[in-house]
Write a protein that binds this ligand. Structure first.
Ligand SMILES: *Cc1c(COP(=O)(O)O)cnc(C)c1O
Length: 243
């Protein structure tokens, strides 16, 4: 697969894709309640900026530190919310701590301590989501579902991080199985944070290109969509090795 470039035909393709994905989110009951975050790995800053300037894109997720750093200065960032969504190595936190609004992939106490320390250094509080390995897959990051609550409690002494909710990446599934994983995730989330979208502002990040409709039906408040917006790209399937 070749790298995407901003040709007229690509522009009409992604324009249509944004309309379709938003329509599907609304039709699944997510109207006004669900944040559409574009997973922008492998895309040039030009393409991302086009979507920001013309297609109303406000949230992006990057999952590689190096790639985020190399695009960062070129992005139109005035109204842009940047999340880190990939596996994160402790020694790379310092490169993104001042660049992202949220880290969605917190899954160990050691990583939390490093984020806390780096955030304290620049006098900010970093919003994080706790990644839960809902399918108990060995190949994936994330804390086990049955440990999520205790893990979150263990973070309460870290003053420079704020746990905002959960992020899940379920096993690749059929549509019906996705609903089972997402229902389970939603229940776990409600047990810890209360209903999604309620006053506490807690976030439940679940749903990707193959599963965002099911995720929205099951109470997702943030979907992370890549290929359904920008077309298929040449990136490795999950699991990825940690950045
Ligand atoms: C790439 C990526 C996505 C989006 O994947 P698509 O299948 O292209 O929609 C979502 N979440 C994470 C963590 C990703 O790395």
């Amino acid at each position: 697969m070749t790298e995407k470039s901003l040709t007229d035909s690509y522009i009409s393709e992604i324009t249509e894709n944004f309309r379709t994905v938003r329509g599907n989110i609304d039709a699944a009951g997510g109207n006004g309640k669900v944040t559409l975050l574009a997973a922008t790995k492998t895309l040039s800053a030009d393409i991302i900026n086009y979507a920001i300037d013309n297609l109303g894109l406000e949230y992006i997720g990057e999952n590689r530190v190096q790639e985020l750093i190399s695009k960062y200065d070129s992005l139109h960032r005035e109204n842009l919310h940047i999340h880190f969504i990939g596996r994160l190595q402790k020694n790379k936190v310092k490169y993104i701590i001042d660049k992202v609004e949220m880290i969605e992939s917190l899954d160990s106490y050691e990583l939390a301590e490093v984020i806390n320390r780096c955030a304290a250094k620049i006098c900010r509080v970093m919003d994080v989501l706790v990644e839960v390995n809902i399918g108990s897959e060995q190949s994936k990051g994330g804390v086990p579902a049955q440990e999520a609550k205790e893990f979150i409690n263990s973070l309460s002494g870290l003053e420079n991080i704020r746990v905002r909710g959960l992020m899940v990446i379920p096993p690749i599934s059929t549509s019906e199985e996705y609903e089972v994983w997402f229902t389970k995730s939603h229940k776990l989330f409600s047990d810890i944070f209360g209903e999604p979208g309620s006053d506490n502002g807690a976030l439940l990040s679940m749903g990707m290109s193959e599963s965002y409709i099911e995720a929205v039906k099951c109470g997702s408040t943030l979907v992370r969509v890549g290929s359904a917006l920008f077309g298929k790209r040449d990136y490795p399937a999950f699991p990825e090795k940690p950045e």
